[in-house]
Design a protein around this ligand. Structure first.
Ligand SMILES: Nc1ncnc2c1ncn2[C@@H]1O[C@H](COP(=O)(O)OP(=O)(O)OP(=O)(O)O)[C@@H](O)[C@H]1O
Ligand code: SF4
Ligand SMILES: [Mg+2]
Length: 329
């Protein structure tokens, strides 16, 4: 199923000014998303998931900058485009679902008009077609009585329904890539599952690629073909989902798994990873996970582990990956 890369992010470095400090949010991240692939970007809060993908599509806060890197989408480096050109790519070829629908939807505009506007702003179709397509999209998103609901405002919908409207806006111009940033975090478990099932169904139907950003390893393993684990703005591990389930090779990934698997197949107890993900204010020169890692040695505290391939398509940045695979922790 994996074919040509649709988006390739290459050696991306992103930093922010924060008072006297520089926050090194993304530190040399490289990966690609293939056509039709579902990729999970996983990590704790502050690990750099959103900044990586949002800066790649030109959404970066004023105090931030891309120090270096490329984000090649269908042969074009997005980081070289003007704001106008980027606006055209976003929404038309790359759809984005943001974490909090209440802050991304316009509270004083009818939801039908917001979906239509997504098409009209990109000259995707005529006004009449946009109206028909909006009704169809509302129907496909599982919103009952599309004609009546077209006229409602965002506050007249539940959280799950608002997220469905956000997905309709993101899909309005038939994008080839959908980026969904924590699309289910604010929702209860049953609604989460429904939204994920909807995304899955739409992905299949449209044969689009989906990048799903989540702190929930369980969501990624249930939903994605391949997973990237981020920590301190660096990739710790990349593999297909089956490999992650069978044999994670990074202590951080093992920790993420232990913190979700209730009855682990390694019959180890459920336990959260001690400590917190850091805010990186110095360029990493050693393993960023060392302060929390049960396997840390002097080498880990002095030498930055490089991402290396330990099996087909299985990459890990850990000096002791082989021991992790051999189940020493
Ligand atoms: N505008 C900003 N100014 C300063 N630091 C920032 C800014 N935006 C993000 N950061 C920092 O960059 C790092 C990565 O942030 P990012 O938002 O990508 O994390 P995340 O993995 O998406 O986390 P979450 O799960 O909380 O959304 C964090 O340390 C964050 O504090
Ligand atoms: S390099 Fe060392 S500290 Fe870092 S994750 Fe691997 S074992 Fe732990
Ligand atoms: Mg985020």
């Amino acid at each position: 199923m994996v074919s040509q890369p649709l988006l390739s992010i290459e050696d991306l470095h992103v930093e922010f000014d924060r008072g006297e400090d520089t926050v090194y949010a993304v530190n040399g991240v490289s990966f690609s998303i293939a056509e039709g692939e579902t990729l999970g970007i996983v990590g704790e809060s502050g690990s750099g998931k959103s900044v990586t993908l949002m800066s790649a599509i030109g959404l970066i806060r004023e105090n931030g900058r891309i120090r270096s890197g490329r984000a090649v989408f269908q042969g074009t480096d997005l980081l070289k485009l003007s704001e106008r050109q980027l606006e055209d790519v976003r929404g038309r070829e790359i759809g984005v679902v943001f974490q909090d629908p209440m802050t991304s939807l316009n509270p004083v505009m009818r939801i039908g008009d917001q979906i239509m506007e997504a098409m009209l702003a990109h000259h995707f179709c005529s006004h009449r077609e946009a109206f028909e397509r909006t009704l169809q999209l509302l129907h496909e998103m599982g919103i009952p009585e599309p004609k009546a609901r077209f006229r409602n405002y965002p506050h007249e919908f539940s959280g799950g329904m608002r997220q469905r409207i956000m997905i309709a806006i993101a899909l309005a111009c038939e994008p080839q890539l959908l980026i969904a940033d924590e699309p289910t975090t604010a929702l209860d478990v049953t609604v989460q599952m429904q939204i994920l099932a909807l995304l899955q169904e739409q992905r299949r139907k449209r044969n689009m690629a989906v990048a799903i950003i989540t702190h929930d390893f369980g969501v990624a393993t249930n939903f994605c073909d391949r997973i990237i684990v981020l920590y301190a703005g660096q990739i710790m591990e990349v593999a297909d989902t089956g490999t992650f389930i069978r044999e994670s090779a990074h202590p951080y990934t093992v920790g993420l798994k232990h913190s979700i698997i209730e009855i682990g197949h390694r019959s180890k107890p459920l336990k959260p990873i001690p400590g917190m993900a850091p805010t990186v204010t110095e360029m990493p020169r050693s393993c960023s996970f060392a302060p929390r890692c049960p396997l840390a040695t002097d080498r880990c505290r002095n030498e930055l582990p490089q991402l290396r391939e330990i099996g087909p398509g299985h990459w890990v940045a850990c000096h002791r990956a082989e021991e992790v695979l051999a189940d020493v922790i």
